[in-house]
Design a protein around this ligand. Structure first.
Ligand SMILES: [Zn+2]
Length: 121
């Protein structure tokens, strides 16, 4: 069983899709972006490693925090933990925009309709 996603993603269908597609090996994960400081950018809710050919690209990591540790310990990337406390609206919006940007490697979304835009937070 995979750990719970952050609360703001629990009812976000795109997150379930992300988890299922990635575990099925059908998700095309974009390469990591980095900050000006060289830190890998990990969005809240991410549970798959985006380094090419990593086994954690199809096997979920229980929590985003652990994904950050994985990047540091396994891939020797720089990845600053986000400060504790609640996620800001901006962080949530950025994470949801990222999940919405993902595409299946099958080239289509199986009729999936994005529902993230109309929700009020
Ligand atoms: Zn990895």
């Amino acid at each position: 069983m995979v750990g719970d996603p952050p609360a703001f993603l629990k009812n976000f269908p795109r997150f379930q899709w992300y988890r299922e597609e990635a575990m099925a090996g059908r998700l095309r994960l974009p390469p990591y972006e980095k900050t000006a400081e060289g830190d890998v950018i990990v969005y809240p809710g991410e549970i798959f490693c985006r380094i090419p050919h990593c086994e954690k690209g199809v096997t979920p990591i229980s929590r985003t925090t652990n994904l950050r540790h994985h990047l540091v310990n396994v891939h020797r990337e720089k990845c600053t933990p986000r400060p504790g406390g609640l996620l800001t609206q901006e962080e949530k919006a950025q994470a949801m925009a990222w999940f919405n940007s993902l595409r299946s490697s099958a080239g289509e979304d199986n009729g999936y309709v994005d529902e993230g835009q109309a929700t009020s937070w």
